[in-house]
Unconditional design. Structure first.
Ligand SMILES: Cc1cc2nc3c(=O)[nH]c(=O)nc-3n(C[C@H](O)[C@H](O)[C@H](O)COP(=O)(O)O)c2cc1C
Length: 320
C-alpha cells in the first residue's frame, strides 16, 4: 500500500458519497483529502437556513454521505477508522490496510446506485415481519435505533406530520426557501427536479410532504393502509448523535433497497420544535427522534422516478 493508492481510494470514496440522499438534495457536504485523511465538512451555503436553522437535517444528510463513503471503502477492502470530532471537520476517515473485500460489501456498494427517494404510493403488500426485524438490526449496528409504530402511533404520527406541514406552509420564509430548491429540471446539480415529485399528492393516512410545486411523477392509486411507519432515533441530541443518525439512515435505506423495500423519509415533524417534542413523547421519552420513515412495497409496473442530479466531484471534493 503506498500513499498514492490510499489517496486514490479516499477520492473514490468521496466521489461515491455524492450519491447520498440529503434534505431537498442540498448535498451540504464537502470532502477534503489531506494525505491519508478524508475529512468531511458541512457546507453552510447549502444549509436550509429557514427550515433547518439548527442544522439537524444538514447533519443527518452529512451522515448519509459519510456512510456512503465507508461503504465504498469496504467494497474495495479498505479497513478504515472514523473519528467524529465534536465540530469541524465533522468526521475524519483514515484508511488503514487493504484486505480482500467481503461479498456483502460489494452488494451494499451496488445499492448506492439503485437507492432513490420514490414518492409513489405503496401497494397493499406489507413488509414482512422478518424483513422489519432485519432492518431494525441493521439500524442498531449502524449506531441508532428504529422504533416501528403501532396503529395508534401511526395516527399520532399523521397528526404531527399534518401540524408540521401546516406550520411550514404558513411560514413565507420557509416556502420561499423551499421554492429555490424544489421543482424545475435542476440543471445546476442540486435540488429536487419536478420528475421526482408527484403530479398530485396522494391521499394517505400519513401525508407525504406537500412540496409547494407539483411534479410530473405518476404516484399511483394506492393508499398507505399496508405501509409500515417507523421512527429512526438515537440516544443523544448533540451534533455527533445526528451525524450517527445519518449514518444509520444510510445503512437502513441501503438495506431496505436490497430487500426491495421502499423507504420514504418524512422529516417535517422533526423540523418543527413542538412536533419534534410530540415524536419524543411517542418514543416514551427514551431517546431523540431523528426521522420518521414510511416503509412499504412499490408496484414495479409503475415507472420509478429518474435519478436526481448531483454536484460534480470538483465542487465537493478538494484534494490537498
Ligand atoms: C434528512 C433527510 C430528510 C428528508 N426528508 C424528506 C421529506 O420529508 N420528504 C421527502 O419527500 N423526501 C425527503 N428526503 C429525501 C430527499 O429529498 C432526497 O434524498 C433528495 O432529493 C435526493 O434524492 P434521492 O434520494 O432520490 O437520491 C429527505 C432526505 C434526507 C436525507
Amino acid at each position: 500500500m503506498n500513499d498514492d493508492e490510499v489517496k486514490r481510494a479516499l477520492v473514490q470514496a468521496a466521489d461515491a458519497a455524492r450519491f447520498a440522499p440529503s434534505i431537498h438534495n442540498t448535498q451540504p457536504w464537502r470532502w477534503v483529502v489531506r494525505g491519508d485523511r478524508l475529512e468531511l465538512h458541512g457546507v453552510a451555503e447549502r444549509q436550509l437556513r429557514e427550515q433547518d436553522p439548527d442544522g439537524r437535517m444538514l447533519l443527518l444528510s452529512c451522515g448519509t454521505a459519510l456512510h456512503h463513503a465507508r461503504v465504498a471503502l469496504d467494497a474495495e477492502g479498505w479497513r478504515h477508522e472514523v473519528e467524529r470530532p465534536a465540530g469541524e471537520p465533522l468526521a475524519v476517515v483514515r484508511a488503514a490496510e487493504r484486505v480482500p473485500a467481503r461479498p456483502e460489501a460489494t452488494r451494499h456498494f451496488q445499492m448506492l446506485q439503485v437507492r432513490r427517494t420514490d414518492r409513489r404510493t405503496v401497494t397493499d403488500e406489507r413488509v414482512p415481519e422478518d424483513t422489519l426485524r432485519h432492518l431494525v438490526k441493521v439500524t442498531e449496528e449502524a449506531g441508532a435505533r428504529l422504533h416501528v409504530l403501532g396503529r395508534d402511533q401511526v395516527l399520532e404520527l399523521a397528526v404531527a406530520v399534518g401540524q408540521a406541514q401546516h406550520a411550514e406552509a404558513g411560514d413565507e420564509r420557509i416556502t420561499a426557501e423551499t421554492a429555490t430548491w424544489v421543482g424545475g429540471d435542476r440543471a445546476e446539480g442540486t435540488g429536487i427536479p419536478a420528475s421526482a415529485l408527484p403530479e398530485e399528492v396522494p391521499l394517505t393516512t400519513v401525508a407525504e410532504r406537500d412540496f409547494p410545486s407539483r411534479g410530473t411523477l405518476a404516484a399511483g392509486e394506492g393508499h398507505d393502509e399496508a405501509a409500515t411507519y417507523a421512527v429512526l432515533y438515537g440516544e443523544g441530541d448533540e451534533a455527533a448523535d445526528w451525524l450517527r443518525g445519518g449514518e444509520a439512515l444510510s445503512a437502513l435505506w441501503l438495506a431496505a433497497t436490497e430487500q426491495a423495500v421502499n423507504l420514504l423519509p418524512l422529516s417535517g415533524p422533526v423540523e418543527i420544535p413542538f412536533t419534534r417534542q410530540a415524536l419524543r413523547r411517542m418514543l416514551g421519552g427514551v431517546g431523540f427522534p431523528f426521522l420518521p420513515v414510511r416503509l412499504g412495497t412499490l408496484d414495479p409496473a409503475q415507472s420509478a422516478p429518474p435519478k436526481t442530479p448531483r454536484l460534480p466531484a470538483g465542487q465537493v471534493i478538494d484534494v490537498l
